[in-house]
Ligand binder design. Structure first.
Ligand code: FMN
Length: 345
């Protein structure tokens, strides 16, 4: 065991985090059971997926299902997307009434249906309008308001340092910066030198996002002060253990070994159990297929197994499938990293 230096955990307003490691909001991923498991594995903060402010204000069933913050997972953040200051402020009140301790604003979503309405990454192009949204939300709720942004719309319009400064002045308690532009979506490597420029521009905590999938590198960025914390996103898909490894490295200096393939499958079973307890078996299996497919990728015969994952309609069939994955063992390709070319942040 090698010991490395311990990093200081940041505060978000009055909330002292237990470590610098937060789990990203991810559409279709960070539901209640997944957040609960990430919390058990040590994540200092978990966030629900982005939720449309208009839908929150209208109390649609879909929005209310996302804004679910069970009391055993604290602190928990809600993330809102929208561009109207009054609606965002009202939606923030709803989030707090439903148990969120932090309300985050999505300023990074690149998808056309969001940016065409002036929200997500499109809102971030207008620093003044974004600051007005934050100001209205800060006035509306007694909890910290934070924002998650990209570097800019494209490489010619990078505005993250100016935007972060304006949001700090508007009362934001922290910002997260995804080190890609809107036009990059999820392609290319995240630019951590640009993230560091945001850190230099503000006094509030800055969390870095983008390719956080190497514990040593992420820990070094925190220890050296490039950022105050890191946001884990695709790095945890199919491998939530990574959260535990990163948290342990940053809080105790200890390196935790990777899970064996059989252990990774055992963790996936625990995940599926939580999904079933929360959603009921039928829905959980529908939702859980992607987690299982991510977890078995890299094992011998993975392509065939992943095709069979799509046919799973009972817990028994799922268990049998996971047993066969363990029997197959990890293939020569080893661990893989999911690649997304689209998404919501
Ligand atoms: C499937 C998926 C869904 C996402 N949903 C959101 C979201 O709801 N809100 C948000 O701010 N970012 C969202 N993001 C962006 C991530 O939070 C993160 O900033 C981005 O993936 C970069 O980190 P990575 O390179 O480590 O994956 C999403 C990303 C993925 C892959």
């Amino acid at each position: 065991m090698t010991l490395a230096a311990i990093a200081r955990a940041p505060r978000i307003g009055p909330i002292q985090l237990s470590s610098p490691v937060v789990v990203a909001p991810m559409v279709g991923v960070t539901d209640v059971p997944t957040r609960a498991l990430a919390h058990e594995l040590g994540a200092a903060l978990v966030c629900c997926e982005m939720t449309a402010s208009e839908a929150v204000v209208r109390s649609t069933d879909a929005a209310m299902a996302l804004l679910d913050f069970p009391g055993d997972v604290r602190p928990a953040a809600a993330q809102l997307v929208g561009g109207d200051a009054t609606v965002m402020a009202e939606a923030a009140r709803v989030c707090v009434a439903r148990g969120a301790q932090i309300v985050d604003v999505n300023l990074g979503c690149p998808v056309p249906k969001v940016v065409n309405r002036g929200s997500g990454a499109a809102l971030a192009r207008d620093i003044h309008a974004t600051a007005q949204v934050i100001e209205a939300m800060v006035r509306a709720v007694p909890v910290p308001v934070t924002a998650k942004m990209r570097l800019g719309w494209d490489h010619n319009t990078i505005n993250a340092p100016e935007l972060a400064r304006a949001l700090q002045d508007a009362g934001a308690a922290a910002v997260s910066v995804h080190g890609r532009t809107r036009n990059q979506k999820y392609q290319g490597r995240a630019d951590w030198a640009e993230i560091a420029r945001v850190k230099e521009a503000v006094q509030i905590p800055v969390f870095g996002s983008g390719d956080v999938d190497d514990a040593d590198l992420a820990a070094e960025r925190v220890r050296s002060g490039v950022v105050d914390g890191v946001v884990v996103a695709r790095g945890l898909l199919g491998n939530l253990w990574f959260v535990h490894q990163l948290v342990t490295l940053l809080t105790s200096g200890e390196r935790v070994a990777d899970l064996s393939f059989a252990e990774r499958i055992a963790l996936t079973r625990r995940h599926v159990e939580k999904l079933c307890a929360h959603h009921g078996d039928e829905r959980a299996l529908r939702i859980g297929r992607k987690y299982v497919a991510w977890a078995v990728k890299g094992c011998n015969g993975a392509a065939r197994l992943r095709a069979r994952v799509q046919e799973m309609d009972t817990r028994e069939r799922l268990d049998a499938l996971l047993d066969s994955a363990v029997r197959a063992g990890l293939g020569p390709g080893g661990w893989y990293r999911p690649a997304f070319t689209s998404g919501e942040g």
